[in-house]
Design a protein around this ligand. Structure first.
Ligand code: PMP
Length: 456
């Protein structure tokens, strides 16, 4: 059946049945799908989407954090059509290239805060992280330090689900039943200031969270550690912002111990946090490598990227080939759309709007002054609302409250998501306006009231 604008009740029923009979959804509840059927989204525009029934929703998550410039922008449709007419696809293996891939590599290399950056393209965040893990190990191998193979990651990290990337992911449920994992991964605690794992307050903080990296490197032996990877601002793990000074200290520890520092900017990058890159909130901190995806094309076409420093590239050059690449690395359609998407982000100062609207969003949610809202935090349009039973003690709420709020919100026309630890995700498209923020906050208030009533 061709996708069309209106669906009859019989067609909708048939679609739901076909979904239940044939479609295996990624990261979804198989049981809920069997019981209730899928939420089928059929149309999008700006900050809104519509389901097959024609019901309208605010997309307060920007799909999976990626719809930066908003849904269905004609400029991007036109760019895609132009590129498909010119050259639908050609690979980049065996010394081939295509025009958009070269142009996007040049553009991204000039934007990223990585020294003399080179850009390698992938199709996703997981592929970018897999690529980077191989890159850093190959780098140390070529430097005759091949014992340096450990990647240190942090609790509550999400770096993807492919066999390599999932080893760096540290969220419940992602490992059980999938063992054995790859060797060479270790982890440390992360800076979660709302409930500091070291029991510290701002006044007594000595950046124990950053020093934990030094302790781990000492424990493993610095001749064993290849790299440290972190999301500058944690997404799926619950919108967690390290304290000032954290990444400066991390950078120093990495430099002192010859450990490469990787910033996973798959969610952060291209303006979502109010700056073009998340790591830029820690002034002067320069990662050795960076991974990107999502906002690079606003999700119009799937694309991931890795930025590596000139020094790392120069080391890799000692070997004729880095035998790694994907059939669709540097796909011209994705790169052409990515290029135009980044131009829109710059021309419309979407990082600036993200900063401004994110601040308003946090202020307005806090002003609801609800007992169940323990913390509202974020940078730019990466905002998390942590639900608690008791604001003073920060006692956890009944774990079903967050999913109930999400369900109630969906009924009312608002899409949000429960993140790990009773936290609601708010990351609308970066083109959002103040009146749309007001609508979202009103819907959130009503959804919380309904969920609390339903759970009485
Ligand atoms: N890194 C981070 C920080 C992410 O949030 C994600 C996905 N949400 C990934 C990597 C993996 O990206 P993908 O789903 O495109 O493989």
């Amino acid at each position: 059946m061709k996708t069309k604008k209106k669906f009859s009740p019989a067609e909708i029923q048939a679609l739901k049945k076909a979904d239940q009979d044939h479609y295996f959804h990624p990261t979804s509840s198989i049981w809920v799908l069997q019981e209730k059927g899928a939420k089928i989204i059929a149309k999008g525009k700006g900050c809104k989407v519509w389901d097959v029934e024609g019901k309208e929703y605010y997309d307060a998550t920007a799909a999976l954090w990626y719809s930066s410039v908003g849904h269905c922008r004609p400029e991007l449709t036109q760019t895609a059509v132009d590129q498909l007419e010119q050259l639908e696809s050609y690979h980049s293996f065996n010394e081939f290239a295509n025009v958009p891939a070269i142009q996007l590599a040049e553009k991204v290399s000039k934007m990223v805060p990585v020294k003399d950056a080179r850009i390698f393209f992938t199709n996703s965040g997981s592929e970018s992280n897999d690529t980077i893990f191989k890159m850093v190990r190959f780098y140390w191998f070529l430097k005759n330090k091949d014992s340096k193979d450990y990647i240190i990651t942090r609790n509550r990290a999400y770096h993807g689900v492919s066999c390599g990337a999932v080893c760096a992911t540290r969220l419940p449920g992602f490992h059980e039943g999938f063992e054995p994992r790859l060797p060479g991964f270790a982890h440390i605690e992360l800076p979660y200031c709302y409930q500091c794992p070291w029991g510290k307050k701002v006044e007594s903080c000595n950046l124990e969270c950053a020093l934990a990296l030094e302790e781990k490197i000492t424990e493993l032996g610095k001749d064993k550690v290849a790299a440290f990877i972190a999301e500058p601002i944690v997404g799926t793990g619950g919108i967690i912002i390290p304290p000032p000074g954290y990444f400066e200290k991390i950078r120093q520890i990495c430099t002192d111990n010859e450990v490469l520092f990787i910033a996973d900017e798959v969610i952060n990058a291209f303006g979502r946090t109010g700056k073009m890159f998340g790591i830029e909130h820690w002034e002067g901190v320069v990662p050795d490598l960076m991974t990107m995806a999502k906002g690079i094309t606003s999700g119009y076409v799937q694309l991931g990227a890795v930025a590596l420093s000139g020094e790392i590239f120069d080391t890799l050059k000692q070997r004729e080939k880095f035998l790694h690449g994907f059939t669709y690395s540097g796909h011209p359609l994705a790169c052409a759309v990515g290029l135009r998407n980044l131009e829109i982000i710059e021309d419309e100062d979407l990082p600036g709007n993200s900063e401004k609207m994110g601040r308003l969003l946090k202020e307005k949610i806090l002003a609801l002054n609800l007992d169940v809202i323990g913390d509202v935090r974020g940078k730019g349009l990466m905002v998390g609302v942590e639900l608690v039973k008791n604001k003073e003690t920060k006692e956890k709420h009944d774990p079903l409250l967050a999913p109930s709020v999400v369900d109630a919100a969906y009924e009312m026309g608002l899409i949000t998501r429960p993140l790990i630890g009773d936290i609601l995700q708010f990351s609308p498209p970066m083109v959002i306006t103040e009146s749309q923020i007001d609508d979202i906050v009103k819907l959130l208030e009503a959804a919380i009231a309904k969920a609390l009533k339903d759970r009485e």
